[in-house]
Design a binder for this molecule. Structure first.
Ligand code: SF4
Length: 343
């Protein structure tokens, strides 16, 4: 396996220090009532990611929307009959919804919600990189811009990435992978595929710490350890289950443990506690030896999806996502390959 020399990991100063506003119970109740009424009035459905605020997840469930990983969000939005999709997550998720449903209006609570993986893979530099390696099949993670997807042969999410690379490897394909180096390395080790890696990282998952997790396991020796594959290899090595958000949720229900240490964004804890109220879920440590704690296990961009901004976008029909049609059509090809891939 080859590696890319240049590092596209974001610096601390590039990451917003966003703190969501605290709301009273009464404010939450009223905002949720207003949002439910606006969704109806606008013929809209709310499609939310597992990492956003728990109240936003709840209102999505209560109004017939969905709370899911990025693959299921894309499918749900495409297949739903509503003419307006309100995507609560980060910008690439809104863009993907628009590519899959160009005839629908796609709104987001904010257009400032970025992703360090998307920001760390500028389309021009990525295009030049692909041109240097024309013999490789280009596989990009869903956490990328439409422009980067349009340069690829395949788009994958963390729930299907392993199976798709396994399949490509069995056909003798050499892979150019972007942008997450940890996920790429994990898949390379599991499949043995020939993968050239871009060098981006998720600022949330990269912060989980190996030694601090070993120390925590000593305190909770019977706990199961669930790790997202965007975490560093040394943390993945300590996992009982490595998987995407939906795979982690499934493991939390199916494994017999009563306590789990979980290395992913703490937004997912809302659904884990909802599904398994009798079990205990503990955040894997982001502190300890070598800690810089950029995010403390919560994505600052996901945190921007608040009830107030959600209501505002529905009320004013703003924060609409636009995708240039020709580029959207090009990005649709690798996205459709992923959606058609048998699971
Ligand atoms: S948690 Fe990481 S991968 Fe997910 S949106 Fe935030 S920065 Fe991107």
């Amino acid at each position: 396996m080859l590696e890319v020399a240049k590092d596209y990991t974001l610096e601390l100063e590039d990451i917003p220090n966003f703190k969501p506003e605290d709301l009273s119970e009464d404010q939450v109740k009223r905002l949720k009532q207003d949002i439910a009424a606006l969704l109806k009035k606008r013929d809209a459905v709310l499609v939310a990611h597992y990492y956003v605020d728990g109240h936003v997840q709840d209102i999505a469930h209560e109004t017939g929307g969905c709370v899911a990983d990025s693959l299921e969000m894309a499918r749900f939005g495409r297949d739903h009959s509503a003419s307006v999709l309100v995507v609560s997550g980060v910008r690439f998720m809104g863009e993907t919804a628009k590519v899959l449903s160009p005839e629908k209006t796609v709104l987001m609570p904010t257009l400032k919600a970025e992703c360090s993986l998307d920001l760390g893979c500028p389309p021009d530099e990525f295009a030049a990189f692909c041109e240097q390696h024309p013999d490789r099949t280009v596989v990009v993670y869903a956490n990328t811009s439409v422009a980067v997807k349009a340069l690829s042969d395949w788009v994958v999410t963390s729930s299907v990435g392993l199976s798709i690379i396994e399949n490509l490897n069995s056909q003798g394909e050499k892979i150019l992978w972007a942008p997450d180096k940890h996920l790429g390395r994990y898949i390379q080790q599991r499949t043995g595929a020939d993968m050239l890696l871009w060098s981006g990282a998720c600022i949330v998952h990269e912060e989980f710490k190996h030694q601090a997790l070993i120390d925590m396991k000593k305190v909770y020796p019977d706990a199961g350890v669930l790790v997202h594959p965007e975490a560093p290899a040394s943390v993945i090595a300590l996992a009982d289950v490595v998987g995407s958000t939906s795979q982690i949720l499934k493991a939390a229900s199916e494994l017999p443990h009563e306590v789990f240490i979980v290395a992913t964004d703490r937004g997912l804890f809302h659904q884990m506690r909802r599904a398994e109220p009798q079990k205990r879920f503990i955040e894997a440590p982001t502190a300890g030896d070598g800690a810089t704690c950029k995010s403390c296990a919560h994505c600052p961009w996901m945190a921007m999806n608040e009830l107030k901004t959600l209501k505002h976008s529905l009320e004013n029909f703003d924060n609409e996502i636009f995708v240039e049609p020709a580029m959207g059509a090009r990005a649709m090809i690798p996205l459709q390959r992923m959606l058609d891939f048998p699971r």
